[in-house]
Write a protein of this length. Structure first.
Length: 92
């Protein structure tokens, strides 16, 4: 779970926070919120809904791909900015 912990931003403008307990909070640019949980699959992979963490990538961002369609993916870049911390803190 350590690779997926922290605050991230995605190209579509959503900012994300993954807590040590596995809680996932997302915040759209319009202020609408997303909530989910990271779960461990039977084959020891991290999963959020239909997306599984691609642990084969070695770049600084993390990649989540759909289990049923690998062409669909989320790419999250680590975001340590104060603005993101404040936005997420005020929203949740």
């Amino acid at each position: 779970l350590s690779k997926a912990l922290g605050r991230f931003s995605s190209p579509n403008g959503i900012v994300w926070h993954v807590s040590p307990a596995g809680a996932v909070h997302g915040l759209h640019q319009d202020g609408s919120r997303l909530r989910d949980k990271v779960e461990v699959t039977p084959d020891d992979k991290l999963q959020i809904g239909p997306f599984v963490l691609d642990e084969t990538r070695s770049c600084s961002c993390i990649h989540w791909h759909r289990t049923d369609d690998h062409s669909k993916a989320w790419v999250w870049s680590q975001d340590k900015s104060l603005g993101t911390r404040v936005r997420l803190g005020l929203a949740f």
